[in-house]
Design a protein. Structure first.
Length: 188
């Protein structure tokens, strides 16, 4: 390993021979030079800030700074990969029949959903709005069903979810049951 050369110390306040040095009032012919150490320390501090800040600035403002080129945020380490599927069930019947009641919906859950997803589910009441096939805005009471299952079971669960949607559409004369899916992590 090579050694760096030793730097000589900077002079402190010394008598100056330079004619530009300021005179102290009340002194003979003694002129003082200002200290150079504070100025040198300030210069070193500025250079250090530039040395640290320049790579960060180039990394931020460089040509490859678009969102797709930036590293993804670190994902949480807790939990396992899951799929969250949400189904939206309307309660009004397009044929003018009576609305689906709470009891009918819960019976549907017991018959069609629980056997396929016995580990658990969540049901929330809602109010929905959508445009029907004739362009009319429909508003109705609705239910949101949330199913959470391991991502490794996604292929198995897909046809089961489609059977649930089809069964509800047929049983209650619905135009559709909306489906929303997201990958997530879950910890129980």
């Amino acid at each position: 390993m090579s050694r760096l050369p030793r730097l000589s110390p900077l002079p402190r306040f010394t008598a100056a021979s330079s004619p530009a040095a300021p005179r102290r009032p009340g002194s003979a012919d003694v002129r003082l030079r200002p200290r150079r150490r504070p100025a040198l320390a300030a210069a070193v501090a500025c250079l250090a800030a530039l040395a640290v800040g320049t790579p960060v600035a180039y990394a931020t403002l460089g040509a490859g700074s678009s969102a797709e080129n930036r590293p993804a945020p670190v994902a949480a380490t807790r939990g396992k990969d899951y799929v969250e599927t949400r189904l939206f069930f309307g309660t009004e019947r397009p044929d003018g029949g009576p609305d689906v009641t709470d009891r009918q919906f819960l019976d549907f859950i017991d018959a069609e959903v629980t056997p396929r997803f016995p580990n658990g589910l969540t049901i929330q009441d809602g109010r929905g709005q959508w445009r029907d096939s004739h362009g009319v805005i429909e508003r109705e009471r609705s239910y949101e069903l949330t199913l959470l299952y391991p991502a490794s079971e996604a292929r198995l669960r897909d046809p089961q979810i489609e059977r649930i949607r089809d069964a509800y559409e047929k049983a209650y004369a619905q135009d559709s049951v909306a489906r929303l899916e997201e990958r997530t992590t879950a910890d129980f």
